[in-house]
Structures are given as C-alpha cells and as structure tokens.
Design a protein. Sequence first.
Length: 230
Amino acid sequence: MSNEAVAPANIASYIDHTLLKPEASEADVLKVCAEAVEYKFKSVCVNPVWVKTVTKALKGSGVLTCSVIGFPLGATPSDVKAFEARGAVLDGADEIDMVINMASARANDKGALVDDIRAVSEAVHAGEAILKVIIETSMLTDEQKVIACEASVEAGADFVKTSTGFNGGGATVEDVALMRKTVGPDLGVKASGGVRSLADAQAMIAAGATRIGASSGIAIVKGEQGSSAY
C-alpha cells in the first residue's frame, strides 16, 4: 500500500486491457490488442475462444495474454474449470482469472473453496502461468470475502480479484484494502469492475491493488472518464 499516487505515465503497466463481451468480433479483439501494444498495458484479457488470436497478435510485444475461466458465474465443476484453464494455457495464456464457486463462498465453506481453486491452480501452474481468483465481492459479506481470500492463499493462487464486472457491483477501495490486509504483502490484488478513470485506478492502487482490470484503459491513461461498466 502506498500513499503516493501512481503517475499517469506508469499507470498502463497496472492495467489488464479487457474485452469480455460475448459478442466481440475478431476485429474487436485485434483492435484491443493493437491498443494494448500502443499504450503498453500489462495484458489483454479475453474469453478463452480468443486466446490463440491474442497470443499471435501480441507475440514479441511484451504484453501478456490473459483469459477467464468459469466466467462469469463460477458455477461449473472444478474439474471442468481445470480443463478449461489447461486448454487456455496451452493456447498461449500467460495468466488465468478464474471465478470461484459462489455457493461455497456464501456458505462459508472454506474447504470447498480451497478444493475448487486448487484444481485450477495446479493446472495453471503446471503450464507456468499465473492464477488470479475472482471472489465477486459484491455478492459476499466481509467475513465471506476474508474466507475466500484465505482459501485463495491456501490453494496457491497468485492474485485475488474483486469482480467479474458482470454480476452487479464492482471494485471498491474498501474491498481492495480488506483483500490486501487478508492476503498480506506477497499476493497480488486485482481491482476490476467500475474502474473508469485515472483517479479510480490511483485510489485502488493506494488501497493495495497491484493490477487493474478495465475496458476503459485508454481513458484511464489519458486522464479521461471511461463509460464501460467493466
């Protein structure tokens, strides 16, 4: 956590430039890739069907390929999530953002959460990729958020992430601070959902975020106001 605002010139390196609309076309995806290369974003985050396309478009650029698993509901069996993650990594994904089983989280069932996350963690790490765990903060109490974060740590995740941006609500400074306090200094914390401006991004980073998921990345780095919910 830092009290110093990240300079606009450095903010791009925090941003996963995101396009997760189910109707996105190949032209849309390639446009996002070109933007990510131009602005030097950290990654491009897309649905699994586009991982090969993105990996090819970003080759040699230094921008990472990120994909989502069990998205946006998290309500698929753990072995299916692991299979989906394994395929995305084989297609070229450097990072995987998975959605937890929300029923387990709302039931305070830490053991079930650990099992769900670990199945994907093992698949992702076998391919030497990074795992971010979406806990969908808007659907959880503070106690449940803490349990989900603790389960993520225990299961070997590399990041915890606030939101999908598709199930109502989004990142808040309070949730990011709680997540950072729970996971400690070594895990990443990703703020996603509703981060639309430079001020939003700087506030999340000051609260402990080390990554920002946004489809308004260009507006953020330009100091403008984005319009997308994600």
